[in-house]
Write a protein that binds this ligand. Structure first.
Ligand SMILES: NC(=O)c1ccc[n+]([C@@H]2O[C@H](COP(=O)([O-])OP(=O)(O)OC[C@H]3O[C@@H](n4cnc5c(N)ncnc54)[C@H](OP(=O)(O)O)[C@@H]3O)[C@@H](O)[C@H]2O)c1
Length: 286
């Protein structure tokens, strides 16, 4: 069986390739990247992993790259709705043309029903895959612990943990766990037409800061504000307006339960307990 991972130059994609390489011969793994001359691409080749160009904006690269591939991992890309839909359509049409047997797509928590602002585009991207008739598996990834590293750094430099998310829970998940679970799906059987909710530990902002304080032996305070004050603080810190809007909507969505872990398939796919937030922070901050 030959498996191609798109976005293999990225953090999740490269961790999926890494995990696959621990489980199956590297001759069965193909790393899909936009830049086949990059250091990352060279490193894959050095490991005996074939590299192919996969640019979602260039359908011909996808049709070419997917030749002889049984299963393909399609990474979600971050962009406006038009480009996301165009890129997803290119990838899915290419998979159909190249007769790929299965698509595994990295989606968002409860993408089919969620009102979280990031879920809508994933719902559309899932629908594009479903409409193609190809076999699929959706791995609906919750919030990476790694997303917080920038804020953590500021807190370690003396800032408080500012939040308008109230007591909303987040199923924070360690990205290597998502990569390993996705690799297990890609090499496993019986996953067709499944949507897996992949979440970690369910914590409030206060509990997350508690874990951070334990790991760093600090006493970082939590500063609870409303959305308006949160946005003003980010604007005051010089963040661009678009990003401020996204960050405020994230806090609002968390407060309303959009990232709460209501049910996780992660332990089942990993065959072990997922990494806790505390363990993840220990790894990331060591
Ligand atoms: N669940 C979460 O908390 C969370 C957080 C952040 C992001 N995400 C989503 O999950 C995805 C994977 O996360 P990540 O940490 O691996 O992000 P990442 O490190 O930014 O990787 C994104 C990958 O997508 C590739 N890519 C972007 N545009 C492309 C295009 N037009 N054609 C082909 N490849 C393209 C990038 O290739 P290049 O190296 O060539 O740019 C890169 O390999 C992200 O893209 C985003 O949609 C989820």
């Amino acid at each position: 069986m030959r498996i191609l991972v798109t976005g293999a130059s990225g953090k999740l994609g490269s961790q999926i390739v890494e995990s696959l390489a621990e489980k199956i011969p590297t001759s069965h793994i193909i790393a899909g990247v936009r830049d086949t001359q990059s250091e990352k691409a060279e490193a894959f080749i050095g490991q005996g992993i074939e590299v192919r160009e996969t640019d979602f904006e260039k359908k011909d690269t996808l049709v070419q790259a997917f030749q002889g591939i049984d299963r393909v991992f399609i990474v979600s890309t971050f962009g406006d709705a038009d480009s996301s839909i165009r890129q997803q359509t290119n990838a899915v049409e290419a998979a159909v043309e190249a007769r790929v047997a299965q698509i595994v797509y990295s989606s968002a928590p409860r993408a089919d029903v969620s009102e979280f602002f990031l879920a809508g585009i994933h719902r559309i991207r899932e629908e594009i895959i479903k409409a193609s008739g190809i076999s699929y598996v959706f791995v609906r990834n919750n919030w990476y612990v790694e997303n917080e590293l920038g804020t953590i750094q500021q807190c370690l430099n003396g800032a408080p943990w500012v939040t308008s998310a109230g007591t909303g829970h987040v199923g924070w998940v360690y990205r290597p766990d998502l990569a390993e679970a996705t690799a297990n799906v890609l090499i496993g059987d019986g996953h067709d037409q499944k949507a897996y909710e992949l979440s970690g530990e369910n914590l409030t902002q206060q509990q997350f800061v508690g874990a951070l304080n334990e790991v760093t032996d600090k006493d970082i305070p939590l500063l609870a504000v409303d959305d308006a004050a949160y946005g003003e603080m980010l604007t005051g810190a010089g963040l661009p307006e678009d990003l401020v809007t996204i960050l405020v909507m994230t806090q609002q969505g968390i407060r309303e339960g959009g990232l709460e872990n209501t049910h996780s398939d992660l332990e089942m796919l990993l065959g072990r307990k997922p990494t806790s937030v505390k363990e993840a922070l220990q790894q990331l901050l060591s």
